[in-house]
Design a protein around this ligand. Structure first.
Ligand code: DON
Length: 554
């Protein structure tokens, strides 16, 4: 795929098919249509940020399980054009003004009827404001140029593939409760779209048109906002016009770590991602893991212990830094991990309860999406955004055509109450009006000699952090090419529950890991890490085929 020819690789391309890399720019996302939108923006003279924003809007149309207007996330930016400046746009959702720390409780217990899907669990959306800030501050092209492809996709339609068709069919039952969701994403008469059929989304096209014409205010003020608030409040939700008008994205200083001569740039809170990845790498740096084989029991064990420790500290310390104090320099320092490293025994699994009996974390949903972009100037973007679970709250406010998130999930919903099943009640991440819920999203850029070398990130709730950790270790320590690094089976440990989950490809190690004292579960697939590696100026896509995956470049 070298040279001037542009190319779109889809899930049908053999992994590693494009070993030659792209000479100019590349976009890797879960969806070939959206990657192609980004590439076209690059070819029109847009930079990586323009392409990222256009890809993000396109995914809001073509990948509705996680691509979104009604959710939030993080965009990590490296600007070669600005002397290597880095910035993290935090467009995480916020708790509505009327929220309270105990709003999801009934008789002292988290009430799943309120806390799962539906109207109350919707956070104030951040994606549109985040993309707008990114475009205004770092983009080159006009706003309209980057929104337009998504308007067209929604208005004129796009071809549903097998992945989307199957995914929507999986929502059949919940569509009985959330009728607008069922109406928008099915044909007149209620039949599902089959692969090969074209879906058009006229209300979504209308909303995008407001954003196209009026910028972010087209979403947060005016007709879209009115419809959003009317629809949410009619269902018992608490988002107001003021919540929307007041929503701001924050430009944050990324966290930085050093790992074996590379520099790792990640998102600070309200994401826990960068801090936790860097802390796990700091632990690992005390060992020569590259000397081991990737799937050796010892290597998986060492990774597991690093994950366990980093996740314990995540639960203990991290929350939205606009509300709680977090000593990020300390948590990402080499010194901080030393006493923890002393606790690692290469022959026995640590007990999470011994590490910290007080706090326990809960499991997470499984849909978010990450994409990576690099342009011909060497600017790079890692963007992860989400509705929280697949299709979020399942709420579409009538007339708007877009799904709203259920991100309030990510707060600690029961203050002070923790249990062994995974409920967590620590203070830093309790609900407060205007606060952002703690995220695990970890868009990451690894620098070599001060320039982008690896751009990565993933969906997968808390597994995100460990997926990103392993992509970095696979490339840096195990010297894998980026496609192999992405393909390699993954594991996950999040301190509590005290269980090591491995992908099937690692199952051969189950017995030997259990012999070390780990509780091991062979799980489904972990993450979807759409990545790019840059070497000698060429952009090599690491397309994750666990969901679908598509690279576009030229
Ligand atoms: O921000 C977070 O950490 C979660 N809301 C992400 C959810 C997620 O990744 C589900 N995905 N696969």
């Amino acid at each position: 795929m070298a040279g001037l020819l542009c190319a779109v690789l889809t899930t049908r391309a053999a992994p590693g098919a494009d070993t030659a890399g792209f000479a100019n720019g590349a976009v890797v996302s879960v969806d070939p249509i959206a990657s192609n939108v980004g590439m076209e923006i690059l070819k029109k003279g847009g930079n990586a940020v323009d392409a990222a924003v256009a890809t993000g809007f396109a995914l809001a149309v073509t990948h509705p399980t996680a691509g979104n207007l009604g959710g939030g996330g993080f965009m990590l930016i490296y600007m070669a054009d600005k002397g290597g400046q880095v910035a993290g746009i935090d467009f995480r959702e916020k708790a509505p003004g009327k929220s309270t720390p105990t709003m999801f409780l009934t008789n002292g217990e988290v009430d799943q009827k309120k806390a799962d899907v539906g109207y109350l669990v919707i956070g104030v959306p951040g994606s549109v404001r985040g993309f707008y800030e990114a475009s205004k501050r770092y983009g080159k092209l006009d706003w309209k140029a980057v929104v337009e492809p998504a308007v067209k996709l929604a208005r004129d339609g796009f071809v549903v593939d097998e992945v989307l068709s199957r995914s929507l069919k999986g929502q059949e039952r919940v569509m009985e409760t959330f009728a607008e969701f069922g109406r928008v994403y099915r044909k007149a008469g209620g039949k599902f779209y089959e692969p090969g059929e074209t879906i058009k989304l006229p209300e979504l096209a209308w909303t995008l048109q407001q954003i196209y014409a009026n910028g972010a205010d087209g979403f947060y003020k005016g007709e879209v906002a009115k419809k959003l608030v009317a629809g949410v409040q009619a269902g018992g939700g608490i988002i107001t016009m003021n919540d929307l008008a007041d929503y701001q994205a924050r430009v944050r200083t990324p966290v930085r770590g050093a790992y074996r001569g590379y520099e790792v740039i990640g998102m600070p809170p309200s994401s826990s991602g960068g801090t936790t990845v860097i802390q796990a790498l700091n632990i690992l740096e005390g060992y020569d893991i590259g000397e081991m084989k990737r799937r050796d029991t010892k290597a998986i064990h060492l990774l597991t212990e690093s994950m366990r420790i980093a996740f314990y500290n995540r639960a203990k310390y991290l929350g939205d830094t606009d509300f709680v104090q977090v000593d990020l320099p300390k948590l990402t320092s080499k010194n901080f991990v030393k006493p923890f490293r002393d606790k690692i025994d290469m022959n026995h699994a640590m007990k999470s309860s011994a590490l910290g009996a007080d706090i326990v974390t809960r499991g997470e949903g499984s849909e978010t999406t990450h994409f990576s972009v690099v342009d011909s100037h060497g600017n790079a973007v890692a963007n992860t955004y989400t509705l929280e679970q697949g299709y979020g709250s399942r709420v579409i406010a009538p007339g708007t055509g877009f799904l709203l998130n259920n991100e309030m999930h990510d707060f600690n919903m029961n203050p002070g109450v923790t249990d062994t099943k995974g409920l967590i009640g620590t203070r830093p991440n309790l609900i407060e009006p205007g606060k952002r819920m703690l995220s695990a999203m970890s868009p990451t850029i690894v620098l070599k000699d001060g320039k982008p070398f690896l751009v990565t990130g993933s969906p997968g709730g808390r597994t995100i952090i460990n997926t990103v950790l392993q992509i970095i270790v696979n490339v840096v320590d195990f010297k894998m090419d980026v496609q192999s690094a992405v393909d390699e089976p993954r594991s996950h440990h999040q301190w509590m529950p005290d269980t090591l989950t491995i992908e099937r490809g690692m199952a051969d190690s189950q017995a030997s890991l259990e012999a070390l004292g780990h509780t091991v579960r062979v799980g489904g697939t972990q993450g979807d890490a759409q990545s790019i590696l840059i070497k000698d100026g060429k952009k090599y896509p690491g397309v994750d085929h666990r969901t679908r995956g598509g690279a576009a470049g030229y």
